[in-house]
Design a protein around this ligand. Structure first.
Ligand code: GLU
Length: 510
């Protein structure tokens, strides 16, 4: 039975790398008819951020990845918030203490700092709390039974640490990285329970993976070295038979240059690195959703950040991804967060949407700009514009002329293309539009083109100026379809206004 958990800590908004992890969890679970579980790892109260859990849940919802089990959803293995499972961890911490795999430590933070400074001064590279130093510290291994009890009674700075024996080799198979090996000498005596009585990530994580019958642990590469500690914990608790399979995902790298993708790279590269807007007081982050990226495009894009199907195919439906996905095809090397590719995916998904679907997405943005248009109009406009936009808001920014007469005209084109001797022709075309009975794009095209040929004019002398007076810009869809959609009254009024603008301005130029 495949049971995969996504286990974020609610310490802030979910980074897009976290969404990628959740996606791989989701795809693996769906592929094998298994369960996708959301577990909130909130035992670090100092780093707890209000609203972060809600953000995580909303982000998964937006992506269409609803967990099968999780907070607010339920399931057989709940509760799914670690802060609600405190007693369970305490039992196993006690078991480790009793079996001699863990010990109490009472060192204050000042004493820990002093230890590190002492080691540094002695020229010792590793300043870890480990077998080499533990007997110099204040813990149940170095102190007598009575002293230990006295500290426990006092109840200050009581922590529990894992006792890592030196000279051991810990190896495990990672689906992405194959055989991975760590020497126990490199590992510190990790804190398992903090002075506030709550477990650390390591302790809670493996107790829950065991209790929730997790089959595969998929997480970012930064957790690879923790896995060695986790293996030791599984062994110490006698749970070696239930060690899940591990898959550590490659880092997401900056779009250009060196280093991993950071939370400020969204603003830097003009493409968000969070799924939804996050309005923290100090620093707001933009989300995929608000940037105008479609959730299905996001899914397709993220799937390819670290995985490939082994074929040339790039566009996948959700079911297609589920069928094609396998952890064996996840790459070891970092995945570049290619923002151009992200836009490309989005464009493909926009083009594939119906005009009705697009209108639903675009209408609220039109209203937010204080512009007015009825639904039939918006649908047609979306149909005309959809091959020209990469992001949903561009329907409004690039297509603004559909909703209001241009406030500015592309002067460069006017200077290049407008000839005063053609002015009467433009007026004549305006008149023809005004009297045309058939106001379809096709009819208008025939009408204008035949006027041009009949009068032995060139298309280049007429069509760019016609476009400018109607839309203000050279960028836009078919001009006749645009005129047809705007309607006779509006189109004629725009011609009039545009031509007046041109004559006034060209005259002063001359
Ligand atoms: N709570 C950890 C995190 O925030 C989970 C890592 C894991 O999946 O084990 O990423």
């Amino acid at each position: 039975m495949v049971r995969v958990r996504f286990a974020p800590s609610p310490t802030g908004p979910l980074h897009i790398g976290g969404v990628r992890t959740a996606l791989y969890d989701y795809l693996l679970a769906k592929k094998h008819g298994g369960s996708f579980i959301l577990r909130i790892e909130d035992t670090d109260q100092k780093r707890f951020v209000p609203g972060a859990e809600e953000y995580i849940i909303n982000a998964l919802k937006w992506m269409g990845m609803t967990p099968d089990e999780g907070p607010g959803i339920g399931g057989e293995y709940g509760p799914y918030r670690q802060s609600e499972r405190k007693d369970l961890y305490a039992t196993y911490v006690q078991q480790l203490l009793d079996s001699g795999h863990a010990y109490y430590a009472f060192d204050t933070s000042e004493e820990l700092i002093a230890m590190r400074e002492r080691k540094e001064a002695e020229g010792i590279v590793s300043q870890k709390y480990d077998a080499t130093v533990r007997l110099e510290m204040k813990n149940s291994l170095s102190l007598s039974k009575e002293e230990t009890q006295a500290y426990l009674d006092k109840g200050e700075n009581v922590t529990v640490r894992l006792q890592v024996d030196p000279g051991e080799s810990i190896s495990f198979k990672d689906i992405v990285r194959d055989q991975v090996e760590f020497k126990s000498d490199e590992l510190d005596d990790k804190v398992l329970m903090k002075a506030d009585g709550l477990p650390t990530y390591h302790m809670a994580n493996i107790v829950d993976d065991k209790h929730m019958k997790i089959s595969h642990v998929i997480r970012g590469e930064e957790w690879l070295s923790s896995t060695a500690h986790h293996i030791l914990l599984y062994r110490a608790l006698g749970w070696e038979d239930s060690i899940p399979q591990f898959a550590h995902l490659p880092l997401l790298l900056k779009p250009v240059g060196k280093g991993k993708l950071g939370k400020r790279d969204g603003a830097k590269f003009g493409f968000p690195v969070f799924p939804l807007n996050w309005q923290a007081e100090e620093e707001p982050y933009e989300g995929f959703r608000e940037h105008g990226i479609l959730p299905d495009a996001a899914m397709n894009f993220l799937a390819f950040l670290g995985w490939n199907p082994g074929t040339e195919q790039e566009i996948f439906t959700e079911q297609g991804l589920i069928d094609a996905f396998s952890l064996e095809r996840v790459n070891k090397s970092g995945a570049r967060f290619d923002v151009d590719k992200g836009r490309w995916f989005n464009q493909q998904y926009i083009m594939a949407k119906s005009d009705e679907e697009l209108a639903e997405l675009v209408s609220p943005l039109i209203a937010a700009e204080g512009l007015v248009a009825d639904n039939a109009f918006v649908q047609k406009m979306c149909g005309l514009m959809k091959e020209r936009v990469e992001l949903i808001p561009e329907f409004v920014t690039k297509g603004r002329f559909f909703f209001e007469s241009p406030a500015e005209y592309d002067q460069k084109t006017i200077r290049k293309k407008y000839k005063a001797e053609n002015h009467d022709h433009f007026l004549a075309i305006q008149e023809r539009l005004n009297t045309s009975e058939d106001f379809t794009g096709e009819a208008l095209q025939a009408l204008v083109k035949s006027y041009i040929t009949d009068n032995e004019l060139s298309f280049g002398a007429i069509l760019p100026i016609l476009r400018i007076v109607i839309t203000g810009t050279m960028q836009g869809p078919d001009i006749f379809e645009t005129i047809a959609l705007l309607g006779k009254e509006e189109a004629v009024a725009r011609m009039q206004k545009g031509l007046t603008f041109i004559t006034t301005n060209t005259n002063t130029d001359a």
